[in-house]
Design a protein around this ligand. Structure first.
Ligand SMILES: [Zn+2]
Length: 274
């Protein structure tokens, strides 16, 4: 069992998956990070309805990448077919942030009180989930969204991918809360958002919480930008319920941290939702 999950581990797992399931998946590179790390995208299925799953937008949440890779392997092992859909997976949106969190790299810029273990930003010390062009002027400085929206290469790559593929919906995985953020007051209702959120609640035991009210909390977020841009559902799912477990410990036994027995059906739930 792996006790840490970073960029190297991700590349190793991607290589293994692509060897075993070469007829089932394809892997492309959608861009590079600030420090030049590759941003891989896994594609499965050839249907017209395109679904997106993204993980590790925040560096300290590499548990989401481990979860995605195991979920994907289980899905492939099950041999399940889905004719009308295609699944697009970005397992690690912020590889520099993950490596910095794991203390295997340092930020590009000076970071005050830098310790590493709570690091969530990218190598420019910008919070990618506050850097998207949605109500950007309302992002409070403490959320570290940067001086300009979409300034970061990781954000640019994700926007470019969404513009090209025009996904039906998107799910972004984060680590703490075991809940689903599914609507915000800025975008209001988006057709199908509650139904998709309910499906994850029923099948994976994540709790649906109230729509995000404060613009300071939802401005600059990926899922919020997606809702605004495409008027389609985009959810943020927080995988880890335990508030006391540290981000480093989450990865030591990630199946326990994410309560795998309850959450393992996330991808199949998403694919079965129509
Ligand atoms: Zn997060």
């Amino acid at each position: 069992m792996r006790t840490c999950y970073g960029y190297t581990e991700l590349l190793e797992d991607l290589l293994k998956l692509s060897e075993v399931y070469k007829d089932k998946i394809s892997i492309k590179i959608t861009g590079t990070s600030v420090k030049g790390r590759l941003l891989p995208l896994i594609k499965m299925g050839g249907g017209n309805k395109k679904l997106l799953v993204a993980g590790a937008v925040h560096g300290r949440e590499s548990v989401t990448s481990a979860f995605i890779m195991k979920s994907l392997e289980e899905l492939l092992k099950s041999g399940c077919e889905f004719a009308e859909k295609s699944l697009y997976v970005l397992p690690m949106v912020n590889p520099d942030g993950v490596e910095i969190f794991l203390k295997r790299d340092l930020p590009q810029v000076t970071v005050k009180d830098f310790k590493g273990e709570l690091f969530k930003n990218n190598a420019n010390n910008i919070n990618l989930n506050a850097n998207f062009p949605f109500c950007f002027s309302k992002v409070p400085p403490k959320r570290q969204g940067g001086a300009k929206s979409a300034s970061e290469p990781e954000v640019k790559s994700l926007i470019k991918l969404c513009e090209k593929e025009r996904f039906e919906s998107a799910v972004s995985l984060h680590a703490r809360g075991n809940c689903i953020f599914w609507r915000d007051y800025g975008n209001k209702a988006v057709k199908g958002d509650l139904e998709l959120a309910k499906s994850f609640e029923q099948n994976c035991c994540f709790e649906i919480i109230s729509p995000t009210q404060k613009v300071e909390d939802y401005s600059g977020g990926f899922e919020n930008w997606f809702r605004c841009r495409y008027r389609k559902p985009a959810l943020c799912i927080e995988l880890v319920k335990d508030e006391d477990i540290s981000f480093s410990d989450m990865i030591i036994n990630f199946e326990e941290a994410v309560i795998w027995e309850k959450t393992k059906n996330l991808l199949i739930t998403y694919l079965n939702f129509s």
